[in-house]
Design a protein around this ligand. Structure first.
Ligand code: ATP
Ligand code: MG
Length: 137
């Protein structure tokens, strides 16, 4: 059993699809073992995406991620990291397969509706960034 970290990004929260996205997680067999809503500060968003700080899209990404509330969650399931990324679809929504979360809810490359950890190491780091052990059920 594996854990991964999810963010429902500000554009998806704004279009009222938190419940639809959670339904897709649960239908796919994930257990939501921690969740909360928060409005990221600039510092939190910059720290979370630090690996991208020299990329041309970084400032726009931070501006977007701080533009409104997000929902951060920990998902648990078999092969959770890869299965969650499959459910999300390609990072660039133009390439996202039909039926994926990004095909359904993305508005642009940056405003692509959801985040998911890209490895078990990233998942552990990202979960610790937002949750204490006492917040995970
Ligand atoms: P995420 O980390 O959000 O799950 P990912 O791992 O598929 O997505 P990354 O390469 O880690 O993609 O990029 C992080 C986020 O930065 C993307 O989800 C997207 O919002 C934004 N992003 C990445 N590449 C671009 C780009 N070329 N142009 C605009 N935005 C981008
Ligand atoms: Mg990533």
């Amino acid at each position: 059993i594996e854990r991964t970290f999810s963010i429902v990004k500000p554009n998806a929260v704004a279009k009222n699809v938190i419940g639809a996205i959670f339904n897709r997680f649960e239908t796919a067999g994930f257990k939501i073992i921690a969740t909360k809503m928060l409005h990221l500060t600039k510092e939190q968003a910059e720290g979370f995406y630090a690996e991208h700080k020299d990329r041309p899209f970084f400032n726009g990404l931070v501006e977007f991620m701080t533009s409104g509330p997000v929902v951060v969650s920990v998902l648990e399931g078999e092969n959770a990291v890869q299965r969650h990324r499959d459910l999300m679809g390609a990072t660039n929504p133009s390439n996202a397969l039909a039926g994926t979360l990004r095909a359904d809810y993305a508005d642009s490359f940056t405003e692509n509706a959801t985040h998911g950890s890209d490895s078990t190491d990233s998942a552990a780091r990202e979960i610790t960034y937002f949750f204490g052990e006492g917040e995970i059920c």
